[in-house]
Design a protein. Structure first.
Length: 104
């Protein structure tokens, strides 16, 4: 969850908070495959390598004539705009106060 606040882009399996927050233009999801306990690490590693080689690294190194990674920065800004308010300690505490403590 900290990646957006630190100006990064998330790349993760669809688990925990990322399955709620994922959007294809503000981060990447490692493709899930039918569960096979013996091969899961290999399948995840292959999916990660594919994402890095074909999407993440090319996007990062795509530069304007001025040498600026314009699309990468746009993704970071969108990620920050959408994720920080939704997945912050401030929002969590407000939710606890409104949904739990106010009812006691």
């Amino acid at each position: 969850m900290k990646v957006a606040a630190n100006g990064g882009l998330n790349l993760s399996v669809m688990d925990g908070w990322w399955c709620e927050a994922y959007d294809s233009d503000r981060g990447w999801a490692i493709a899930s495959s039918p569960f096979d306990a013996e091969r899961q690490d290999d399948l995840d590693a292959a999916a990660l390598a594919d994402l890095l080689a074909n999407e993440v690294i090319p996007l990062f190194y795509e530069r304007s004539a001025d040498g600026i990674p314009v699309r990468w920065i746009a993704w970071v800004r969108k990620s920050m705009r959408h994720l920080i308010p939704r997945f912050s300690a401030d929002r969590m505490l407000r939710d606890y106060a409104d949904m739990l403590y106010a009812k006691i």
